[in-house]
Design a protein around this ligand. Sequence first.
Ligand SMILES: Nc1ncnc2c1ncn2[C@@H]1O[C@H](COP(=O)(O)OP(=O)(O)OP(=O)(O)O)[C@@H](O)[C@H]1O
Ligand SMILES: [Mg+2]
Length: 216
Amino acid sequence: MKILIAGRKGGSGKSTITMNLSVALAHDGLDVIIIDADRQSSSASWALERSTCQPDAPQVHCVEKHNNIASTIEDLDSRYELVLIDPAGRDSEEMRSAMVVSDVLLIPLRPSQLDLDTIPELLKIVQQSKIINPNLKVCAVLSLCPTNPVINEINESKEFLIEFPEIKLLDTIICDRKIYRDCVSDGLGVVESTLSSESIRKAKKEILDLKSEVLG
Ligand SMILES: Nc1ncnc2c1ncn2[C@@H]1O[C@H](COP(=O)(O)OP(=O)(O)OP(=O)(O)O)[C@@H](O)[C@H]1O
Ligand SMILES: [Mg+2]
C-alpha cells in the first residue's frame, strides 16, 4: 500500500505524521519504508537518529529520492507492505509523480484559512492525477489543532471542508502537543513514549486512530 502524505502548504505536520504513522505500523509488525522526497530531509534525519539511538525499536526504513519518484514508489511497493511518501509542502514534481501511483493521498491541514485556501489548487492537481490513477483515495486530517476547546477553528475548518466532497475528512484530529516534537528529536514515535501524562495518552490515541482510519 502506498500512502502519500502531501499538500501545498508548508509546515502542516506532514513529516511528523509520516514518522508517527510509520512507527505505529512498524509496531504492528508491518514492513514499512518512508520515501523522503523533500530536500529538507526531515524524515531521513529522524530515521537516521532512530537507527542509531533506538537500535531495539522496530525498524522503519527510509530512502531519499527526488524529481520523478513514481518508479521508485512502484519498486518499493513490491518489496514492502507499506510505503509512506513525504514530499515538500508545495507543488512539486515529487508530489505530482507520487500522486499518479499512490493508493491514498493524506492531506494534513492546519485549521487555519491560509491552509484551507490551498485546497482548490491542490484539487486541480488531484483531478489530473485521477485521469491516470482513478482509484486514488483522497482524505484530509486536521493537524496541529489547538487543544483549547474554547477555540472554534476546528469546527470552522470542518464546515469549510464540507464544500469539497472529493475529500474525505477523517474523524481523527491531530493536536499541537509538545510530545510530537520531543519524540522526533529522539527518533521515536509518540506511541513509543514511556512518559505518562494525559496529553501523551491522547497523542498516542490520535496516531492509532489515524492509522486505523487511513488503513481501514
Ligand atoms: N502535532 C504536532 N504537535 C506539535 N508540534 C508539531 C506537530 N506536528 C508538527 N509539529 C511541529 O511543527 C513543525 C512542522 O512540522 P513538520 O515538519 O512535520 O511539517 P511539514 O508539513 O512536514 O513541513 P514542511 O512543509 O516544511 O515539510 C515542526 O517543528 C514539528 O516539530
Ligand atoms: Mg516535511
